[in-house]
Design a binder for this molecule. Structure first.
Ligand SMILES: [Zn+2]
Length: 327
């Protein structure tokens, strides 16, 4: 064999696999959003715990340069003697370079209340957040529906959307949701009792369930949209995320994701698809698109039953606003 031929073969061996592997590597994109600020369980945690949780969560996100929008329930700020510290925890989000949006004052469901009451709750939820944003020459521009409840009938849904648009909001949809709030509730209890074995079990299932949800949502969205759109992940401010969001980000990286600002994700034309979803139960936008197209979503991964049972034992799914299913 002559040298030239050998060289050609050598070049093939070196470059062909790399070209193939690059071509097969998916360029997935996701925007991270975190709801229920300053903390999902703000009524159960002292301000010092909220500050510690926020510091840890934001530290990881800043170190890894992840763009994030956090959605606020201002009612959670008004605990006597703690208002200043709770507002400071909120301010940290902006100090660290993140953005804040409105999630209503009291985490009010549009499906459970009159439109007028709900609109008042949206307005009441703007005061502190807008003040903090204005100090940094930023605008309050994003809104996230509590429980993802967008209205029980189309007229209410559209009126609410018009109201939000008129107040300068862009609605922040979601496409990826692994119910982290449910894991977070029982994690909080395990952490308080120093039950490390249970914490590990919770984290293992939290990561595995999210991975399964990501796979399912990628498949579903590709079928409905025609390609995998820029996804939007819903998470909640909690000690579970403060302690373990880094591992969840690794799960996303392994699936080929890079992290983009919410504004970029919303530029995807998927978010302009026809969407006439209405229902008692709030749900993500992949379901919205499916149901609008007359397709019933099937094959979703099953949420670990033991987490539901444990939440019931701890009475986490009843009672206070912030202890109810969070979305
Ligand atoms: Zn929420």
């Amino acid at each position: 064999m002559n040298r030239l031929l050998l060289l050609v073969i050598a070049l093939f061996v070196i470059f062909i696999p790399r070209t193939f592997s690059q071509a097969s590597k998916l360029d997935r994109q996701v925007a991270i959003t975190i709801d229920d600020l300053p903390a999902g369980m703000a009524d159960r945690l002292p301000a010092s715990d909220i500050t510690a949780m926020t510091t840890k969560l934001l530290g990881t996100l800043r170190d890894q340069k992840i763009p994030v929008v956090g959605f606020v329930n201002e009612k959670k700020l008004y605990k006597p003697g703690e208002v200043d510290e709770r507002i400071k925890a909120l301010q940290m989000w902006l100090d660290y370079g993140f953005e804040l949006g409105n999630h209503t004052f009291s985490h009010m469901s549009l499906n459970q209340r009159e439109l007028k009451d709900w609109e008042d709750d949206v307005v009441q939820g703007e005061s502190v957040t807008r003040m903090l944003l204005t100090q940094r020459k930023m605008k309050l521009r994003y809104f996230r529906h509590p429980y993802l409840d967008t209205g029980r009938d189309l007229e209410t849904r559209r009126k609410a959307e018009e109201f939000l648009t008129q107040r300068g909001y862009r609605i922040a949809p979601i496409t990826l949701d692994g119910w982290d709030w449910a894991f977070a509730g029982i994690y909080e209890d395990a952490k308080k009792r120093n039950d490390t074995a249970l914490q590990q079990q919770i984290v293992k299932d939290y990561l595995a369930y999210h991975d399964a949800v990501f796979a399912y949502s990628e498949q579903q969205s590709a079928k409905l949209v025609g390609y995998e759109p820029k996804q939007i992940l819903l998470l909640h401010a909690s000690n579970l995320e403060a302690d373990h969001i880094g591992e969840l980000l690794d799960v996303l990286r392994k699936r080929g994701y890079r992290f983009i600002p919410l504004q970029d994700a919303l530029s995807d034309s998927a978010y302009s698809l026809p969407d006439t979803y209405v229902g008692e139960e709030g749900t993500g936008w992949i379901d919205h698109w499916a149901i609008t197209q007359g397709k019933i979503p099937q094959g979703a991964p099953v949420f670990p039953q033991w987490v539901i049972e444990r939440s019931k034992e701890l009475r986490l799914s009843t009672g206070q606003v912030s202890a109810e299913p969070q979305y």
